[in-house]
Design a protein around this ligand. Structure first.
Ligand code: F6P
Length: 545
């Protein structure tokens, strides 16, 4: 396989990147630029016109995608081919949201049937808890759910529940515990009643230290409050692909919701990992979430690359990372309910594409996954937008905003929109020195000071952004939006020829952490590691610096 950077199209893109005019010029040359560079699908509108791109840019990027066999790689994923080559697994989170009548055969089994069985089990459980049929060990109904999990077993449930707060049935409160820091679970358990609390323990591997430790602490708390071992079945359920270990841990076999090894942790919210979401918003809304994601799957699988939203977004992200040295990508959600989404996309993208070797183990000689960060607008404008406008780093941005708020109070939403759109405009057009100087023409500053301040007020502009709009934030549009980013991540990994679905990089830290744990608790000082590690361990052992 020719090294990507040796390919003619890659080299043509590199040359082309030096020839593009400022976006101001691109817009003035084409009054219909928005019409030509926007796409609508699955209840979302993508405005990608504020990108450093001409028609030639787009055709080169799509050519690169085609030469990277992107279309056949997309088909391979949906077909259940073993594309996660290092773990010898299929990648079929799309099957989790496939319609019941669809057939996807894997190893001779129609996995959609298994998915539907689990969804039915989830539905029965959710209805039982929210209807009050499910009673605790003293006969009381459940009022609080504590979701214990980390990474994809935490971020999906937490952030989707937060995003869909307007859809909560009101029957349950939910608390999320992830970190092994005892403060997290202690703070969450403080005001809970074991008689009315349900623990959902989520761990695909059932081997994650944080989740096991937090669940053990929860059980100890449960017993300390007067409950007995026999009562565990009424207050602890588990979601895992390791049913055997979950059973050994003491979870009643009937309370274990299975998941499969062809679902990556960061792609798992659509599985029973999403149980906390379903408990909060109800099974009907959870199925709407799945339907929205499925609609985006269909779009991704069946739309020509040139109109394919995940392809367009993935290609632009690659364009800036590989040809303009952009090291990060910012996601700005102009909706308070979506404030957690950047953190979700961090794991999704960085754990998928933070890789340094290709599928066949060759070191890459090009950048791969960028640093994903962000937060809610308009808060970011008062925190880090300065850097976006005038910093030396190029940071491509995604702005996400529903056109209609769930809370239409006063002038808030129109002001939110004015900020969102104003920011994308300012990033694109910037402010020239002459414009800055003209703005100072009536100030009392002398000419020398005006010239100095004008220099400081210049904004280069030409800062790229995508804007994603939806009529309203609903389970369906949220499902489509998250699936859009899942496939955007896939597109980049496919072109970079990396495995986006394993995560060997997280193993070493865990292994060394276990060794350090032994030294922290040993009966002698640490002295066999590097001087820093020895010292840090011994300082912890003495409990003071
Ligand atoms: O960070 C590594 C990782 O395996 C993630 O991919 C995963 O989402 C998280 O840890 C939790 O894993 P598990 O669900 O197996 O506890």
């Amino acid at each position: 396989m020719t090294q990507l950077t040796q390919q003619a199209t890659w080299q043509a893109l590199a040359q082309h990147s030096k020839t593009l005019p400022h976006m101001r010029e691109l817009f003035s040359n084409d009054p219909k630029r928005f019409d030509n560079m926007s796409a609508k699908a699955c209840g979302l509108l993508l405005d990608y016109s504020k990108n450093r791109a001409s028609n030639e840019t787009l055709s080169l990027l799509f050519k690169l995608a085609k030469e990277s066999q992107l279309e056949s790689k997309i088909k391979a994923m949906f077909a259940g081919d073993i594309i996660n080559n290092t773990e010898q697994r299929a990648v079929l989170h799309t099957a989790l949201r496939a319609p019941a009548e669809q057939v996807i055969n894997l190893d001779g089994n129609n996995i959609v049937a298994e998915v539907q069985q689990t969804l039915a089990k989830m539905g029965e459980f959710v209805n039982s808890v929210t209807s009050g049929d499910w009673l605790g060990y003293t006969g009381k109904t459940i009022t609080d759910v504590v979701s214990i999990g980390i990474g994809g077993s935490f971020l999906g449930p937490k952030i989707v529940s937060q995003a869909l707060r307007p859809y909560w049935t009101g029957k349950l409160n939910c608390h999320f515990v992830a970190n092994v820091d005892g403060t997290s679970i202690t703070e969450k358990l403080k005001n809970l009643d074991p008689q009315t609390t349900l623990f959902v323990m989520s761990s695909k591997s059932f081997g994650t230290q944080e989740t096991l430790t937090n669940t053990l602490t929860a059980k100890e708390w449960f017993f300390k409050q007067g409950a007995a071992q026999a009562d565990v079945a009424k207050h602890f359920v588990a979601v895992s692909s390791n049913v055997e270990k979950a059973t050994e841990f003491g979870i009643d076999a009937n309370n274990i919701f299975p998941m499969w090894d062809w679902v990556g942790g960061r792609y798992s919210l659509w599985s029973a990992i999403g149980l906390p979401i379903a408990l909060l918003i109800g099974m009907d809304n959870f199925r709407e979430l799945l339907a929205g994601a499925h609609a985006m799957d269909e779009h991704f699988a069946n739309t020509p690359l040139e109109n394919n939203m995940p392809v367009i977004m993935g290609l632009f992200s690659l364009w800036y990372g590989n040809f303009f040295n952009a090291q990060s990508h910012v996601v700005l959600t102009y909706d308070h309910y979506l404030r957690g989404l950047p953190a979700y996309f961090q794991q999704l993208d960085m754990e998928s594409n933070g890789k340094g070797v290709t599928l066949n183990g060759t070191d890459v000689d090009y950048s791969t996954g960028p640093i994903i960060w962000g937060g809610e607008g308009t808060n970011g404008q008062h925190a880090y937008h300065q850097l976006l406008h005038q910093g030396t780093a190029l940071v491509p941005a995604d702005f996400i905003m529903p056109l209609n708020s769930h809370n239409p109070v006063g002038e808030h939403h129109v002001q939110l929109a004015s900020n969102c759109f104003g920011q994308t405009q300012a990033l694109m057009q910037g402010r020239t020195y002459d414009e800055a100087l003209a703005e100072l023409s009536h100030s009392k500053l002398d000419d020398e000071q005006k010239q100095l301040i004008a220099k400081h007020k210049v904004m280069p502009g030409n800062k790229p952004s995508n804007t994603i709009l939806m009529d309203k934030l609903t389970p369906t549009t949220l499902g489509s939006l998250i699936a859009l980013y899942e496939h955007r991540t896939f597109v980049q990994g496919a072109i970079w020829q990396i495995n986006s679905f394993d995560q060997w990089g997280v193993e070493l830290g865990k292994l060394l952490g276990n060794d350090v744990l032994d030294r922290l608790t040993a009966d002698k000082q640490a002295n066999e590691l590097d001087s820093s590690s020895n010292s840090l361990i011994n300082l912890f052992r003495q409990g003071k610096i």
